[in-house]
Design a protein around this ligand. Structure first.
Ligand code: PGA
Ligand code: ZN
Length: 443
């Protein structure tokens, strides 16, 4: 990269996988390299996430979801700051974005604005240097665990893939938000995805036979037509068996409870079963599920503000289960440090738009590693064709990747990119497999 600097910056409105407006940033460098970055969007968002800037007025275009405000911030505020800047060190370019807002949660310029630009800069820099994005991300990170000059063996993340979508992504048709599988016993990404395809197909077939197949939820998982939450778990186990695979040996279950969505006026409401629960009841219920089903990972088992619940849950099950903080940790290094001091959770979901820049996301991952937490790079329920999170997981050596289900183009482009990189890297990479999950490492 011969002194390549940002010569053009543009942001435009594009449409995400829910048909809502989102922001695409285009960064052009003086050597002609062009990078595009697209902002994803959540539906079950954490209260402490960085702010997504929407126009907000429901009477104007697109139900308040439009992003004209964000586009203006890019044009008026960020463009003048960024033109002429160098991009090869991601932390430097991201600092300009961070400095542009007095609020660390980016309420003025919007984390959707900054993440699109942050990704676009990383892609332009990679192109300018003739590197794949994962390699640029690894080399431009603040710390790398490889000694300079040594040949790298890249790690390919273990996928967590949704089979049934629920919660806020399926009209609250069941309470659990994500019923996922993970295939730690597979020998490669290719095998893990092939097993997943069989389970996904078997689940669809079972739903079709029961006349319960009504299409798919926001992230591509089958629409969850069940009477009880446990029925969904039973059906998931049945789907794994129907696919000719062994639950609890080859294929395991991962859940995202997204319990913040259950919490209202001091109690947890299970709408499907008309039950009102306290944190202790939820912990009992989930402990019972862990006994009955081959569950290896549970995300957000309690609400985002329920510190005590998280601590109790982690104490009870953290030795045999991955306890993931999503709304609870919001990809925030400070929150991770606070959780570790309390003994809450043992893994963090890493969603770049929850913080607003790649560098802050990376800092969350550094804090997690320091404290012995696992990491899972994650997409959002509103996505685009952007594949950069796959490269983040590889470049930063994060053990797991969650991008939704095994259908819908915005999901499949990411799984296919992972597959493509496995094929291209050959012996220069290995599949994280069982190693990605602490409960298996200690067995
Ligand atoms: P969201 O859901 O993108 O709607 O927040 C994803 C998740 O909770 O993991
Ligand atoms: Zn979640």
């Amino acid at each position: 990269m011969k002194d390549a600097r940002i010569s053009h910056l543009r942001a435009r409105r594009i449409w995400d996988s829910r048909g809502r407006p989102t922001l695409e940033a285009q960064v052009e460098l003086s050597d002609g390299s062009i990078g595009l970055g697209q902002a994803p969007a959540g539906a079950s968002t954490g209260r402490l996430e960085a702010v997504e800037l929407r126009d907000g007025d429901r009477d104007i275009d697109h139900g308040g979801f439009d992003i004209q405000n964000a586009l203006r911030q890019c044009e008026d505020l960020l463009r003048p700051r960024l033109l002429g800047q160098r991009v090869e060190t991601q932390a430097v370019i991201d600092q300009h974005l961070i400095d542009a807002d007095d609020d660390p949660n980016k309420s003025r310029i919007g984390a959707n604005t900054t993440i699109a630009i942050s990704i676009a800069c990383a892609k332009a820099a990679a192109i300018s240097q003739g590197l794949p994005l994962y390699e640029h991300l690894a080399s431009s990170s603040l710390k790398t665990d490889e000694k300079a000059g040594q040949p790298k063996r890249w790690q390919l993340p273990l996928p967590q893939i949704q089979i049934f979508g629920g919660g806020a992504h399926a009209g609250k048709r069941i309470d659990i938000q994500d019923l996922m599988i993970t295939c730690p016993a597979a020998s490669s990404v290719a095998e893990a995805l092939s097993w997943t395809a069989s389970v996904y197909r078997a689940a669809g077939e079972i739903m079709r036979k029961r006349r319960s197949s009504f299409g798919v939820a926001d992230e591509g998982g089958w629409w969850p037509d069940f009477k009880r939450n446990e029925d969904a778990l039973d059906c998931l186990v049945e789907s794994i068996e129907e696919a000719g695979l062994r639950p609890g040996e080859q294929v395991w279950i991962a859940l995202d409870i997204a319990a913040t969505q259950w919490f209202s006026k001091g109690t947890y409401q299970l709408a499907l079963e008309s039950r009102e629960l306290k944190a202790a009841d939820i912990i009992d219920m989930l402990s019972e599920w862990v006994e009955r089903y081959p569950i290896v990972s549970i995300e957000d088992p309690l609400a985002e503000d329920d510190d005590d619940g998280f601590v109790t849950f982690t104490k009870a099950l953290g030795h045999r289960l991955q306890v993931v903080g999503d709304d609870f940790l919001v990809t925030n290094a400070q929150r991770i440090r606070k959780a570790a001091a309390m003994g809450a959770a043992n893994a963090v979901l890493l969603k770049p738009n929850q913080r607003g820049t790649l560098t802050e996301t990376y800092h969350a991952w550094l804090a997690a590693q320091e404290l012995g937490y696992e990491g899972i790079v994650s997409a959002r329920s509103g996505e685009t064709e952007d594949q950069s999170i796959v490269h983040l997981a590889i470049g930063w050596r994060v053990g797991q990747l969650k991008v939704g289900s095994f259908s819908r183009g915005e999901r499949m482009v990411k799984w296919n990119e992972l597959l493509r990189l496995e094929d291209q890297l050959g012996d220069r990479a290995y599949f994280a497999g069982r190693n990605a999950l602490a409960p298996f490492r200690s067995r």
